[in-house]
Ligand binder design. Sequence first.
Ligand SMILES: Nc1ncnc2c1ncn2[C@@H]1O[C@H](COP(=O)(O)OP(=O)(O)OP(=O)(O)O)[C@@H](O)[C@H]1O
Ligand SMILES: [Mg+2]
Length: 486
Amino acid sequence: MKAPDHTPSTDWPEQMSNWNRSSVLVRRTIGYSAVAALVCTGVSLLFLVVVGSKDADTARARATGAWDRTVPLIREGYLPSILPAGQDIAIQVLDTRQQVVASTPQLAHKPPMATFRATSTSVHAERVLCPPAGLTGCKTVFSYKVYQPDGPWILYVAAPTVPWYGNTAALSFAIGMSLLATAMTAAGTFHVVKRDMTAVDAIRTELAEITASHLHRRVPVACNNQEEIKLLAGTVNDTLDRLEGAYKRLRQFTSDASHDLRNPLTAMRAQLEDALMHPHDTDWPKMTGAVLAGVDRLQAIVTDLLTLARLDARAPLDLSATDLGRLVGEELDRHAYRMEIVRNLRQNVFVDCDRLRITRLLVNLLDNAERHASSRITVSVRADGPTATLEVLDDGAGIAPEHRERVFDRFTRLEASRDRDSGGTGLGLAIAREIAEAHQGTLTIQDSERGARFVLRLPVREAPQTSGRSERGTGHAGFFSYPVSP
Ligand SMILES: Nc1ncnc2c1ncn2[C@@H]1O[C@H](COP(=O)(O)OP(=O)(O)OP(=O)(O)O)[C@@H](O)[C@H]1O
Ligand SMILES: [Mg+2]
C-alpha cells in the first residue's frame, strides 16, 4: 500500500501569500467601512436630533397658535360649539363645570380628551397621551387655563407627537445617506487597496524573477499609482541600477584579473616547454631568470589583488597619530632615486593613519612619478586648514584631463605606459585611492604646469600629547600609537 504523501504542495507559499493578500484586502475594506459607518451614524444622529427639536418647536408653535385663536373667542363670548378644523390639531374647550362647550369637528359630542390640568401656579401643562380620549394615536396634549368671570375654563389642544428624530422623511434620508456613504467608502477602499496591492505584486513578481543573468530587468512603475508606490518602484530600480553596475564592474575585474594572470603564465609555460624540448641548447640560468621574473609579476598581481580584496572588505586600519611630513621624509630617505627629488615637507602636520597603508600609497605615487618624470619629482606636505595635503608632482608628460579618473580604475594602464614599461599591473592607483578613501580622504589628479600632480587630502588631527614620549628616527616606534576604531 502506498504511504500517503505528506510533502507540502509547492504552491503552498503562493497560496499563503494569496490568502494573506485577500485577508489584508478584506480587513482594510471592513476597517475603513466601519470607520465610515461610525462617522455617518454620529452625523446622522446629530442631524436627526436637530430635525426632531425643530419639528417639536413647530408643533408647540401650532398649539400656541390654536390657543391664540381660541382664547379671544372665549373671552368675548363668541365661542362657536364647533371650532374651525385645524391641520391635524384637535381642540376642546371645557367650562368651569368640566362640560365640553366647544371643540374641533373630530371631537364633536365627545367627552374631554384629558383630565390633567395646569397646576395652581401655572397656566399651562403638557403631556403625551396614547391616545387621548376620542382620538387615535399618540398626541401631545397641551392644557391651558383661561380665566373667566365664573372661574377658570380649560382649553385642550392635541397635536401629533413629534418623535426624537423629527419625521420619517428625515430618518429615511439619514439612513439612506449613511448607507450610501458607507458603501462608497467600502467600494473606494477595496478599489484603492486592490490597485496598490496589484502594483506591489507586480514589483514583487518582477523582483522574484531577477537573477544575476537578468540584472537588466526593472520593476514596472505604473503611472496611476499612489506616490509612495511610485517612489518604491523608483528606489527598487535605482538599487537594481547600482547592483547591475557593481556586477558589471566585478565581471570586468574578474576578466581583467584572469587575463593579467594568464599572460605571464603562458609566457612561463612556453619558456619551460622550449627549454625541455631543447635542454642542451638552453641557457638555463637565463631561462630560470626569465621564469622567475614571470613569477615575480604573478606574485605582484596576486599581492595587489589581495590588498584590494582586503580594502574592499573594509578590513580594519591600524590607525596611529602620525606626522605626515616626517613619514614622507623617512620614506624618501629609504630609497635612492634616479632623479632629483625636491622636498617641501612641513613638519607637525598630524593625521590619523595606518602607516603601512599610507606608505603603500606613497610608494605607488613615487614609483609612477619616477617612471614618468623627465628629471625631477617634487614632494610636498602642508596643512590647508582642516586638511593635510600631500602632493607628488613630476615633470613628465602628465595625464590628459579625460584620463584623470580612468587611471584609478582597476587594471587601467594608458597606452603611453604600455610602451614605456611592462612591469605595472594597473592596480597601483586603484589601491592608492581605496587607501585614501578608507582614511576618509581623497586622491585626485590636479592641473599642473607640467607633468602629473597627484594630490592626497586627509583630515588633520591635533598634535598628540607627547608627555615624555617623543618621535624617534624611523620605524613604528617613532609614532604615537593609540587604539582607534576604524
Ligand atoms: N605620474 C604619472 N604620469 C603619467 N602617467 C601616469 C602617472 N602615474 C600613473 N600614470 C598612468 O596611470 C596608469 C595607472 O597607474 P597605476 O599605478 O594604477 O598602474 P601601474 O603603475 O601601471 O601599475 P602598478 O602600479 O600596479 O605596478 C599607469 O599605467 C600610467 O599610464
Ligand atoms: Mg603604479
